[in-house]
Design a binder for this molecule. Structure first.
Ligand SMILES: Nc1ncnc2c1ncn2[C@@H]1O[C@H](COP(=O)(O)OP(=O)(O)O)[C@@H](O)[C@H]1O
Ligand SMILES: [Mg+2]
Length: 302
């Protein structure tokens, strides 16, 4: 509230309309500095499974409105657990957030249930999630819209989804159990879109797909972000592809964020290239902990 008040009082002094616009911009950017303009933020999240297995150890990350943020890391690093912490799906697996907080659009969401999270506009598309195999493609999409209060736009949204994924339009009457891996990936993403999410949590959309299909899916993510304003937390092992469409990225290792930065910088980073694209000189995969010159990220304390 303070920045807006500040902006208004300056505007009052200066008088003209231009001043009002520029002071409002000042107010807006001040708002962002104090964190009010940010959409999703995790602060020092700790997750424990079955009361004993500590998996996330103080994860802090942010997904600002309108952006694509990548969460990169090797198998078992804690990527899916991070997404489940956000979507509140941990409970179904005896997982618990034991420390920290998750705020979306100014509200604490870490103690909610999965249905409430969907109503806030957050949808998780799970890795390898099966569709309803006995339903047709279109029936699956209509199920995706069932969480919405307002069902009047469903026809229009089906049209939108078919425009993004033209392959599905030709298969709308096909029973989804017969789809290929790539087609199924498109269907689960589309089903998520039918909920009209503000934020999509995508878990390894490239997994098991051919390189051409991966490229297609990533282009669609970028278009959705630009045209529909959907923003994304994109979990990937395919680091280079994810970085090519992301604004910002975090690297998670062993339940801790070990690095973060603008995607354009990380894509040039030798350690990232080496870790994700090949073996180190001594023939062993490197850990970020072995890399001397990585910038240790600042932690928010307090
Ligand atoms: N339900 C669970 N119970 C116990 N341990 C789990 C559970 N789910 C995941 N884990 C463990 O947590 C760690 C992180 O898993 P996960 O978040 O799935 O990693 P990623 O998605 O990065 O591959 C792994 O060591 C995994 O074995
Ligand atoms: Mg995973």
């Amino acid at each position: 509230m303070i920045p807006l008040f500040l902006g208004a009082s300056i505007a009052h002094k200066e008088g003209s309309e231009d001043d009002l616009i520029s002071t409002n911009l000042v107010a807006l950017s001040l708002f962002q500095i104090v964190g009010e303009g940010r959409m999703l933020s995790l602060s020092n999240i700790e997750v424990v499974y079955s009361d004993v297995i500590l998996v996330l150890k103080g994860v802090t990350l942010e997904v600002p409105d309108g952006k694509i943020v990548a969460l990169l890391g090797a198998n078992g690093a804690g990527k899916t657990t991070t997404l489940k912490a956000i979507s509140c799906l941990l409970k179904t697996e005896l997982g618990k957030i034991t420390e920290g907080s998750i705020v979306f659009d100014g509200q604490r969401i870490d103690q909610k249930n999965p249905e409430e999270i969907v109503k806030y506009g957050i949808v998780q598309v799970m890795e390898g999630r099966p569709s309803f195999e006995n339903l047709t493609v279109e029936e699956n999409l209509i199920v995706g819209a069932s969480s919405r209060k307002n069902t009047t736009g469903i026809k229009r949204d089906l049209e939108m989804v078919y425009n993004y994924f033209p392959v599905l339009r030709g298969m709308r009457q096909r029973v989804s159990g017969y789809l290929s891996g790539g087609e199924r990936q498109m269907l689960v993403m589309s089903r998520g879109l039918m909920a009209r999410p503000k934020l999509m949590l995508l878990d390894e959309p490239s997994l098991g797909l051919s390189p051409i299909l991966v490229e297609d899916i990533f282009k669609i993510i970028k278009r959705l972000n630009k045209k529909e304003g959907t923003f994304f937390l994109l979990v990937e092992q395919n680091a280079m592809m994810a970085l090519s469409i992301s604004d910002h990225a975090y690297v998670i290792e062993n339940g801790r964020i070990v690095m973060d930065g603008p995607a354009a910088e990380l894509i040039e980073n030798e350690d990232i290239k080496e870790f994700y694209l090949g073996l180190s000189k001594i023939g062993k995969r490197k850990s970020y902990r072995d890399v001397k010159h990585y910038k240790r990220r600042k932690r928010w304390v307090g």
